[in-house]
Every structure is written in structure tokens, then in C-alpha cells.
Ligand binder design. Structure first.
Ligand code: FES
Length: 615
């Protein structure tokens, strides 16, 4: 016997066996209910309202999360509540994983195409009693005779369909060759296309590229469906270690998402996936390992080593990807620890920006990768910034989706805000949280330690907890206020301190001080939308002149496209990765002192774990 659960406004009805939580039920059908903590009851991101039906009594976690009137109105945590009858649920926008802003655009770098795969047209003679060569031999001979290309192997998937296809195409075909191997055939005309993927922890950006011109034909971003197993990579690794079935499921989810992304990109460009004869995937080390089904236990334990760091070329089909028959996927190299191929791709795309001088490069996310380049020498570190910038562990936090407050200004006791798409406010996303905290600090609501003072008209005390009202109940009838609590401020302080401390440790490892930085390049979706001045005021970034900062959008996606289009760029990426000096922050001398100093708000310089107020 199962209960039927309706998820609204998604319009999905799902059968849920007794003893499974509402979250299990959503996951089983790929319904995107947010689960920042991976279902451990600690993040509040999976709030749903039971509008009809019976569920298990509130757990102690839920009693702490919700006020009595909210419980009476049916508000529950999907990871805690078990259905006891058929139910109808309302999933509010802030609890949905879908429709978040997924950035695909950013820096554009022109690259001369030099693809790893070549395409050739062949016109073959049909077999006869005088010519009994095998069909594949006929193709191989034509390649040599007309194009001077010597093929030494033919992919087995090509052989499985070649005979029928050649006959149906009247012996005219387009053939794709990679390193002297015939990897695919297509009817004419066919294009030579490639797929570049930036596999992020929360977002996946995909690009369909014409490999002969280097032109991007279509680009699209989607939410990484693994987020329903936890926002940060550690939650997903733990899930994989706890349950091999979940590990397999995580892999399947991401591979299917890439397959769907490829199909959608082809639809946009009026192409077919059989025309995709090459692919490049970049991602942080954990994403890379989870997508390939590699062991991840050692990644989560000191000294945090990957199973593999060099570049890999594997058959798309071995990865579960549905592309042209014998297509290979190139995985760019990882650096070390969690600093993976996405950071290598970012370094590749931004090379012109760090070729000279002292340059800091940041890709901010649940895991923030930082590189410091001093006259061409690169040191890199990974900062566990956590999910606060994605709205995780924040009372009214949400991802960057329609209705998220993304800009905040305080003006004489009034709050001015902007939401994504100008939609009515439903929560606050990372850039809004950073703005709000910077503004609250400037207005004296927060002191340097982050303590909230109860003397601003917008500050109030509720159920013994102090909170700042961004949008009051009177401004959104029948819904509760959107607030930032003292705990939210603490969460943000920890997240931004991880980044600032990482920057500082790299500066010290390179014997530099902040003011010697010539440029700061900020990549990634979140980094593109933050207000740099707010990030400085919140003490997340060093207090440099604003013209030294450059926000470049999805640079990792650009790097992946460069490596897709050009073998020379792949080699360059490998050289960059092998030349990076990785700095492990956990356990590094002086890190905890620097981290503590970096939790403070305000504009300050850091040296040797000490703050000095900036002018
Ligand atoms: S509290 Fe339910 S997923 Fe985090």
C-alpha cells in the first residue's frame, strides 16, 4: 500500500510507501525540493505546507523550526514528515530547486579551432562481385585515398550500424575521425559539433559548439539535480559513503541531466546528438569523481587526495552519455583536494588577465576556489564557504530564482530592495544577504563582531530571537515576514570568513600583502552578481580600489569551450594544472587565527591573523 502525494504547484502526483519521508518521495520522482543539508533536518530549506491529509507528528527539529501557528497551518520539513494518508502539499518557491538563475554567459575568448576530431566526406563504391571488401574497409580505404587519413581502428558501435546506414545513404557519408580511429558516421550533410559542460555543485552549464568555427550555437544552464541530496559536496560524499545505492543514484542523476541538456541544446540549434563527436567536462574534484563513479571517501578525509588528477579521455557511452557512437569525453585535469578541473578551466580562460602582476582569482560557491598568481606562479586553495551564499542555512534564504531579494539598501530606517525578475519577494539569495549585512553594518545595526543591536526600527525580537525585518508581514499579506536573524548573520560571517582567510593564507604563502594585488578576478554565477563594495564592507574581500576588481561571469564554461575547440588549449590546461602549487588550508599554521579575524565585519586589512582598520 502506498499513499498518493500531490506536489503543488508542480502538479505532480507521486506514490509514497509508508515509512518514507516526503523528501524521499520527492526524490524518488526527481521532484526538486531543496535539501541543502541532505535531509538531516538542519537547514530548513525543505519547508512544505501540508494542505490536505495526515502526516506524522512534528519531530523535535520541526518543533524548534516552526512556531505553533505555522505548525497548525501545516508547515513541515519534507525531510522529517512521513505521510500517514494521501496528502496534498504546497511547495513554496523558496523550497524548490527548479528555475534558479543559472549563468552560462561570461567572458568570451577567441580561439583558433584545432579540434581533436576531424570530419570527412566520403563517396564509396558499392560492393560487387569484383569488390568484396568489408563495408568498414571501404570507408577506411576511401579516407586514405581521398583525404590521406590513415585509420587504424573503427569503433564497435560504428560497426553495429554501418552496413545498414551506408546502404540507406547510397554510399555517401560524413565520417568522424579521432586519433586515427573512425568514431562515428552520419548521413550528409552533418556538422561537426562538440559539447562543453561546466558541472557545478548547484548548476550545470552546457554549450553546443561548432568545432570547425569555434562558434557557440546554443548555451543553457540547469540546476544540478544532485542538490536534492545536499547542497554542498561533503553532504553528497557522505551520502555516497552511507549508501552505495544513493551514490549510484547521484551519478545517474547528473549524467541524465547532461544527456537532457545535450538534447535540449541540439533542439535549440536544430542539430542531433549524433552530430556531437567530442565533449569536454569540467567540475570540481568531487563533482568529477561522482560523475565518473570514482571513489570519494579519501576526498573527504585528511589529507584529501583525489583518486585521479590527470586529464582523462573516456568513451561517452562508458560515462552513460548519449552522443555520437564512439565519442570520447575529455575531462580536464584536477589540481588537488577539491580544486578541480573547473578551476583549471577558469585559469585557462582568464590567462590574459593573470599573465603579469599579482592577481587574485576567485570562483565563489559552496566551495570557493582561490588562486593567487605572482608573476606567473600560481598557488591555489579551496575554501569551505558552505551553502549560505546559495541561501542555505539562512532562515529565509533561497537560491537565485524569481522573487529572491538580490539587492538591498537601507535608507533612514526604510529598506529598499530589488528581486530577481522583479517578482514579489519570496526570500533572499546570496547577493542580497551580502548586501543586507553590509548595509546593516554601515547603518550601525551590526557591530564589527556581527552582533545585532536592537535599536533600529526594523529590528525586533520574536520568540526570544532577534531579527531584522527586510519585508514585513504588512508588505506581503497572509505570508510571514522575510527577515535576517542573528543566526543568519553568523552563518554569513562563517561563509565569508572562509573566503577571506583563504585569500590571506595564499597571500602569506606567496609573501604578498593585500595592497600589492594588482587585480582581483571574480568568476562564477554568484561572484558575477555580488556588489563588490558590499563584499568589501562585509569584510569578505580586501579593501582595494574598486577598479582593481573584475567580474567575469562563467569563466569555467569558457575554459571548457576553449579546450573543446582546440587540442592546444587542452595541452595548455594540463600545463597550468601541473604548475599550480596547492595549499591545503585545514590544519595550516595560523589558519584558525586568520579565520577568526576574518569573521569580523567592516573594511580592514589582515596581516598575521590581525585586523587593521582600512582607511
Ligand atoms: S532540513 Fe530538510 S533537507 Fe535540510
Amino acid at each position: 500500500m502506498s499513499f498518493l502525494i500531490d506536489f503543488e504547484p508542480l502538479g505532480r502526483r507521486v506514490a509514497c510507501p509508508p515509512g518514507r519521508s516526503l523528501m524521499d518521495c520527492a526524490r524518488s520522482q526527481g521532484i526538486g525540493v531543496s535539501s541543502v543539508c541532505g535531509g538531516h533536518g538542519t537547514c530548513n530549506s525543505c519547508k512544505v505546507q501540508v494542505v490536505r491529509g495526515a502526516v506524522s507528528p512534528p519531530t523535535p527539529v520541526e518543533l524548534k523550526t516552526f512556531q505553533q501557528h505555522e505548525l497548525q497551518a501545516g508547515w513541515r520539513l519534507a525531510c522529517q514528515a512521513l505521510p500517514e494518508s494521501d496528502c496534498k502539499l504546497h511547495v513554496p518557491p523558496e523550497s524548490m530547486t527548479a528555475a534558479q538563475r543559472t549563468q552560462v554567459e561570461g567572458l568570451e575568448v577567441a580561439v583558433t579551432p584545432q579540434p581533436a576530431v576531424s570530419a570527412f566526406s566520403v563517396d564509396l563504391a558499392a560492393p560487387s562481385s569484383d569488390d568484396l571488401r568489408a563495408d568498414s574497409q571501404r570507408v577506411v580505404d576511401a579516407l586514405k585515398e581521398y583525404h590521406g587519413v590513415e585509420c587504424r581502428a573503427v569503433d564497435v558501435d560504428v560497426l553495429r550500424t554501418l552496413s545498414d546506414r551506408l546502404r540507406s545513404w547510397d554510399w555517401k557519408a560524413q565520417v568522424f575521425v579521432r586519433e586515427r580511429e573512425l568514431i562515428s558516421v552520419a548521413g550528409r550533410p552533418a556538422r561537426l559539433l562538440g559539447l562543453a559542460v561546466d558541472l557545478g555543485s548547484t548548476k550545470i552549464a552546457g554549450y553546443l559548439v561548432d568545432l570547425l568555427t569555434g562558434q557557440t550555437l546554443a548555451a543553457r544552464g540547469v540546476t544540478n539535480p544532485q542538490v536534492s541530496y545536499g547542497e554542498d559536496v561533503i553532504s553528497r560524499i557522505n551520502q555516497t559513503l552511507k549508501s552505495p545505492t544513493d551514490g549510484r543514484r547521484l551519478r545517474e542523476l547528473v549524467i541524465e541531466a547532461i544527456n537532457q541538456l545535450a538534447a535540449e541544446l541540439c533542439r535549440q540549434a536544430a542539430a542531433t546528438v549524433e552530430e556531437i563527436a567530442d565533449a569536454v567536462i569540467v567540475g570540481n574534484t568531487a563533482m568529477h569523481h561522482l560523475a565518473l563513479g570514482l571513489p570519494v571517501g579519501q576526498l573527504a578525509q585528511a589529507p584529501f587526495v583525489p583518486a585521479v588528477s590527470q586529464a582523462l579521455d573516456i568513451r561517452a557511452r562508458d560515462a552513460g552519455l548519449r552522443l555520437a557512437a564512439g565519442t570520447c569525453v575529455h575531462f580536464l585535469p584536477n589540481i588537488a583536494g577539491f580544486v578541480g578541473a573547473d578551476h583549471v578551466a577558469m585559469l585557462l580562460a582568464t590567462q590574459a588577465g593573470w599573465a603579469t602582476g599579482n592577481v587574485l582569482l576567485l570562483d565563489i560557491g559552496t566551495n570557493t576556489e582561490v588562486s593567487l598568481v605572482r608573476d606567473g606562479e600560481i598557488a591555489a586553495a579551496s575554501c569551505a564557504s558552505g551553502p549560505a551564499f546559495e541561501g542555505g542555512h539562512i532562515q529565509d534564504g533561497m537560491r537565485a530564482a524569481a522573487g529572491a531579494i538580490e539587492r538591498v539598501r537601507l535608507d533612514n530606517g526604510t529598506v529598499q530592495y530589488e528581486t530577481i525578475d522583479g517578482a514579489p519577494p519570496v526570500g533572499i539569495c546570496g547577493s542580497g544577504i551580502l548586501d543586507a549585512i553590509a548595509q546593516m553594518h554601515l547603518a550601525g545595526v551590526l557591530d564589527d563582531t556581527g552582533r545585532m543591536a536592537n535599536r533600529h526600527p526594523r529590528v525586533r525580537s520574536r520568540d526570544g530571537r532577534i531579527e531584522f525585518v527586510l519585508v514585513g508581514e504588512n508588505e506581503r499579506p497572509e505570508r510571514r515576514a522575510i527577515v535576517l536573524t542573528q543566526k543568519d548573520v553568523r552563518e554569513l560571517q562563517l561563509a565569508k570568513a572562509a573566503i577571506r582567510a583563504g585569500i590571506q593564507m595564499l597571500l602569506e604563502a606567496s609573501r604578498l600583502v593585500e595592497k600589492e594585488l594588482d587585480r582581483v578576478i571574480i568568476a562564477g554565477a554568484f561572484g558575477s552578481y555580488i556588489d563588490v563594495a558590499s563584499a568589501i564592507t562585509a569584510g569578505m574581500l580586501p579593501p582595494l580600489l574598486l577598479d582593481r576588481f573584475k567580474q567575469v561571469g562563467n569563466a569555467a564554461g569558457m575554459g571548457a569551450r576553449m579546450a573543446l575547440v582546440s587540442r592546444a588549449e587542452r595541452e595548455k590546461a594540463a600545463r597550468i594544472a601541473s604548475g599550480v602549487r596547492y595549499v591545503e588550508l585545514s590544519g595550516a599554521a595560523g589558519f584558525s587565527r586568520t579565520f577568526t579575524a576574518a569573521t569580523y565585519l567592516g573594511r580592514y586589512q589582515l596581516t598575521g591573523g590581525k585586523r587593521k582598520e582600512a582607511g
